[in-house]
Design a protein around this ligand. Structure first.
Ligand SMILES: Cc1cc2nc3c(=O)[nH]c(=O)nc-3n(C[C@H](O)[C@H](O)[C@H](O)COP(=O)(O)O)c2cc1C
Length: 206
């Protein structure tokens, strides 16, 4: 087992931000330390208090702890690439949204609301030393059928979570560089505009 500090990645921020945001990253190895149901309840509680459009809270979560049938059923809907490393996680989740409002209209904001739920959970998890790795790589239709969600629901994401930890050898060779590499992001002036799209530079230019 490595030291906890081995799991803080180099994150070259351009401005000072809080450590909970700066130090969160998405590992593919996890500690063997189990996650308790109480800890899961804390994470779901953080998600529960996320804002949502019209307070519709369109999110739904399926959870499974390693060794359980539900865990294996979630694993079974992941794409093969994700199965190769998600097996290291003590907990697997699915994030599911109802794409319709209670009135039957399209709820275009549902994925955004699930995203806010997930971000709240991820930051709460970070405060507890728990890593939270989201995955789009899953068979959505198979998952919807497998877990008996109604037709209007969309299985938007899977999530692998567990305490930061584990060994590099827990992932196949081709994934090991990613565990060690520096994190990177676009620059703010690639996506922040004080006017028309691409018309102006970032806030620092003003
Ligand atoms: C919605 C979403 C889907 C993702 N899907 C996958 C995935 O299927 N497999 C995977 O290994 N990582 C996946 N990731 C993790 C991203 O690759 C990762 O967040 C990104 O490279 C930035 O790295 P960081 O989270 O360590 O900062 C996903 C992340 C998000 C938010």
């Amino acid at each position: 087992m490595k030291n906890t500090t081995d799991f803080i990645k180099k994150t070259p921020t351009d401005h000072d931000i809080i450590d909970l945001v700066k130090n969160r990253w998405s590992p593919r190895t996890f500690s063997d330390k189990p996650i308790s149901q109480k800890e899961l309840q804390v994470l779901f509680e953080a998600g529960r208090w996320a804002p949502s459009s019209s307070n519709l809270q369109p999110w739904n979560i399926v959870w499974g702890i390693k060794g359980s049938e539900t865990y294996d059923r979630i694993m079974d809907v992941l794409v093969e690439f994700n199965q190769k490393w998600a097996k290291n996680a003590p907990v697997l989740l699915l994030g599911v949204v109802d794409t319709k409002t209670p009135k039957g209209d399209d709820n275009y904001h549902a994925p955004l609301d699930l995203g806010q739920f997930s971000a709240n959970m991820a930051i709460q998890a970070q405060s507890m030393g728990i890593a939270f790795h989201q995955m789009a790589g899953l068979d959505y239709e198979k998952a919807k059928k497998e877990f008996k969600f109604p037709e209007t629901f969309h299985v938007a994401t899977a999530i692998a979570l567990g305490y930061y930890g584990g060994e590099l050898s827990d992932v196949p060779d081709f994934l090991q560089d990613a565990e060690l590499g520096e994190r990177s992001r676009k620059k703010q002036n690639d996506f922040v505009f004080n006017g028309d799209y691409k018309a102006t530079g970032d806030v620092n230019d003003n």
